[in-house]
Ligand binder design. Structure first.
Ligand code: NAD
Length: 252
């Protein structure tokens, strides 16, 4: 059974999808650690959760930094309680065509998505194993299936799917499930930045994306939050190692 006073860590939660997931897990009864690069940037999300009656703390850490991750997870355990849910959501894009992509662009994306998820999961699983209950949810993407200009990001997001399935096998016996959400177009700063790069307004970019999506709209952060909420439930204890494509239709 889910522990009493359960605690969730959401990385990259100062805005976008992570902030929506943090708010949703708070409504689901979790104390929430809102983790992002800068602690100050997390405070508005913490305040909105507290105003709604929830319990939250802001934590500043770079998920790609081993020492910072260790400190962050221990801070959460001391101030909120042992974490039993981890949402590996922190992410960056450094898009470029292969022939122009720098090693730095490749490595930055790998460091945040893959190394970040690895370090955060390794540091957090100890608490979940002790509790005998845990949920890890990784943010993959439809880009895992291939996307022009995103060889770094697509590789990282496909890698996260292998990571998800392997952790599901290793951690299942401890009552821990591990799943991934692979969203298509979600309206956040990340997609706004892509619109800028393409020389389109965000409204034009969303409208053109919506034309190709069967449900006729782009996704919102709350769409992802609802999916994470499902994976984090007690009732989802037999769902593990899965990748749920969340794209308003069957294809990316
Ligand atoms: P966003 O840019 O709005 O938010 C990402 C957050 O991650 C930011 O607050 C940023 O500060 C934080 N972050 C970046 N590097 C970090 C690091 N090293 N340590 C800690 N925090 C760090 O992006 P978003 O659209 O909300 O995306 C969230 C996740 O969902 C990402 O993993 C992204 O790849 C994935 N995703 C997004 C979309 C989309 O269409 N927006 C689609 C599929 C997958």
């Amino acid at each position: 059974m889910r522990p009493s006073d359960p605690v969730a860590i959401i990385t990259g939660a100062a805005g976008g999808i992570g902030a929506a997931v943090a708010r949703r897990l708070s409504l689901d009864g979790f104390g929430v650690a809102v983790l992002d690069l800068q602690e100050a940037a997390c405070r508005p999300v913490v305040e909105s959760i507290e105003q709604a009656g929830g319990r939250a703390i802001a934590v500043g850490a770079d998920v790609a930094d081993e020492d910072a991750v260790a400190r962050a997870v221990e801070t959460v355990a001391e101030r909120l309680g042992a974490p039993s849910v981890l949402v590996n959501n922190a992410g960056v894009i450094r898009d470029n065509l292969l022939f122009k992509m720098s090693l730095d662009q490749w490595q930055q994306v790998m460091a945040v998505h893959l190394q970040g998820a690895f370090l955060m999961s390794r540091a957090t699983q100890r608490h979940m194993v002790e509790l005998g209950w845990g949920r890890i949810v990784n943010l993959s993407s439809t880009s895992a299936l291939g996307n022009r200009g995103q060889s770094n990001y697509a590789s990282a997001k496909a890698g996260l799917q292998g990571f998800t399935k392997t952790l599901a096998i290793e951690l299942g016996r401890f009552g821990i499930t591990v799943n991934a959400v692979a969203p298509g177009f979600i309206a956040t700063e990340m997609t706004r930045h892509t619109a800028d790069q393409l020389g389109m307004t965000f409204e034009e970019f969303k409208a053109s994306a919506a034309e190709r999506i069967p449900v006729g709209r782009v996704g919102q952060p709350d769409d992802v939050a609802a999916t994470v909420s499902f994976f984090a439930r007690d009732e989802a204890s037999f769902v593990s190692g899965q990748v749920l494509y969340l794209a308003g239709g069957p294809r990316a």
